[in-house]
Design a protein around this ligand. Structure first.
Ligand code: NAD
Length: 494
């Protein structure tokens, strides 16, 4: 089953193919980066980073393809090519999922079932949207106007490692459909599927120079993109500190437009007056909190129970039982729910945050009795009584850890969500549909899921309020705003 995946891995690493520029692979000429398997700690190979000159060459290829070909002008042809690209991604789902599994520890079966189909759906959704776009027309006594949406130009997409191919899909779907050219910088911890995708784009008929990929760390390649004078937009998903740097670099260079999707500290609220099925709720929370080893910006890292202690005790048992059902294992094996965390740095941070919270008084409701020792595996952990002055009490854990918090009132629960600097997502379990409007009035986050964890679909906007984001949304028609300008055409009446 993994034969094609292994071959793709060998091709990329064997040939040191760390850059895709102007329709072909190129080797980087910068410092090498080790590609390390988080499952085994083994170095799979190395990819050399792009130098500043190679970043310049990729941007120049994008600019030339944008300015000279039909891509930016012919929406019908673009949509047809993008539909072919979606078909190819669909066909090669197992190769892409294999690359993300070995490099980023993503569970293969989950990627095949969800992440890759999400990319396919996103590209198709935006191809359809752009084909049916009608524009806006208006008139007065002096003439009539047409508000024409035009692509902005060269888009740099800077990506995180937690959903390598899905995050790429969220950016390329709307950016390409809108008619832009792209330079994609995947995370240094998850580069391979982006490189493979770029090759598929060429196979599908995307003109050379429209999709380029550069490998490298944030401090060099990310920085070069942020400061580049010929990039028109940066769409970024990652941590707050790196996002701030991107904004700063925009201000210091050419005022490129910046869209940031940043972190989160999502809460999962159980409105106990209107919640009965603790088993179903706990099973949903297990997926929401521990899926992708908790390395998800919408992970339910806080479980907020609104109700009395007796009922909370019953719920606590259900939550511990659901956490115990999670299988931590090899991402390539059937039956694995979650794999390792991304790297040794993350492993050390997650474990030390849990230790610190426990030292300061938190109690352990549940912890996996054992995890594999080679590689970077963290146990599934549920804590309670986490002190506010601990790292876990105020930071984004980004690991398979959640904490139970009991409060008496809905207002207290809402304050726990709204008073956070983050405002990306949350979930409320409330079986009385009549209470839902009340909850939507109480909670302020970008995505509020009701009666089941969800990030919405490719057709609904995704992004954060407060410090979880800065301008723009991924997914949905709203995502096109990041990649298009409104140009007013006014035709005078003669
Ligand atoms: P990170 O900020 O370390 O890295 C993200 C990307 O930014 C990487 O490609 C990195 O190389 C690059 N980068 C780093 N410094 C840069 C700079 N100065 N200029 C330009 N690029 C730079 O984040 P990460 O550790 O890869 O991802 C985890 C974070 O991402 C978490 O905080 C998580 O919540 C967030 N995240 C958010 C969303 C969302 O949609 N809101 C989705 C996934 C992850």
């Amino acid at each position: 089953m993994f034969e094609n995946g292994r071959k793709a891995l060998e091709d990329l690493l064997g040939g040191n193919r760390g850059i895709y520029s102007d329709g072909g692979f190129v080797s980087g000429e910068g410092e090498p980066i080790d590609i390390v398997s988080p499952s085994t700690g083994e170095t799979l190979g190395t990819l050399s980073q792009a130098t500043d000159a190679q970043v310049d060459a990729a941007v120049a290829a994008a600019r030339s393809a944008f300015a000279t070909g039909d891509w930016a002008r012919d929406g019908e042809q673009r949509a047809a090519i993008l539909r072919r690209l979606a078909d190819l991604v669909d066909e090669r789902a197992e190769v892409i999922a294999y690359l993300d599994a070995v490099e980023a520890g993503k569970v293969f079966a989950g990627s095949v079932a969800e992440d890759v189909p999400d990319v396919v759906a996103n590209i198709r959704f935006h191809a359809d949207l752009i084909s049916s776009y009608e524009g806006r027309y208006l008139q007065d006594s002096s003439g009539f106007g047409w508000v024409k949406k035009v692509p902005i130009g060269v888009v740099a997409a800077v990506l995180p490692w937690n959903f390598p191919i899905a995050m790429l899909g969220w950016k390329v779907g709307p950016a390409l459909a809108a008619g832009n050219a792209m330079v994609i910088k995947p995370s240094e911890d998850s580069t391979l599927s982006a490189l493979y995708f770029a090759r598929l784009a060429t196979e599908a008929g995307v003109p050379d120079g429209i999709v380029n990929v550069v490998t490298g760390v944030g401090a060099t390649v990310g920085q070069a993109l942020g400061m580049h004078p010929d990039i028109d937009v940066i769409t970024f998903t990652g941590s707050g500190p790196s996002g701030r740097k991107v904004l700063e670099n925009s201000a210091k260079s050419n005022l490129k437009k910046v869209s940031l999707e940043l972190g989160g500290r999502a809460g999962y609220i159980i409105d106990d007056e209107h919640a009965s099925d603790y088993e179903a709720i706990a099973a949903d929370i297990a997926g929401a909190a521990f899926g992708v080893s908790g390395q998800n910006c919408t992970a339910s890292s806080r479980v907020i129970f609104v109700g009395g202690e007796d009922r909370c005790a019953e719920f606590r048992d259900a939550l511990a039982a659901a956490a115990a059902e999670i299988t931590v294992g090899d991402p390539l094996e059937d039956g694995t729910d979650i794999g390792p965390v991304i790297n040794a740095r993350a492993h050390q941070r997650i474990n030390s945050w849990v230790e610190e919270a426990v030292t300061k008084g938190a109690t352990v409701v549940y912890q996996s009795p054992e995890v594999p020792q080679a590689g970077t595996w963290c146990p599934v952990t549920v804590l309670e009584g986490v002190p506010a002055d601990s790292e876990l009490g105020c930071g984004e854990i980004f690991g398979p850890v959640t904490q139970l918090i009991r409060v008496e009132t809905r207002d207290e629960a809402a304050r726990l969500i709204n008073d956070e600097p983050y405002g990306l997502a949350s979930t409320v379990w409330c079986e009385d549909i009549g209470q839902v409007k009340r909850w939507t009035d109480l909670i302020r986050v970008g995505t509020l899921a009701i009666n089941g964890y969800s990030e919405g679909t490719v057709a609904t906007p995704f992004g954060g309020m407060r410090q979880s984001g800065f301008w723009g949304r991924d997914n949905g028609p709203e995502s096109l705003d990041t990649y298009q300008e409104a140009m007013t055409v006014w035709i005078a009446q003669s």
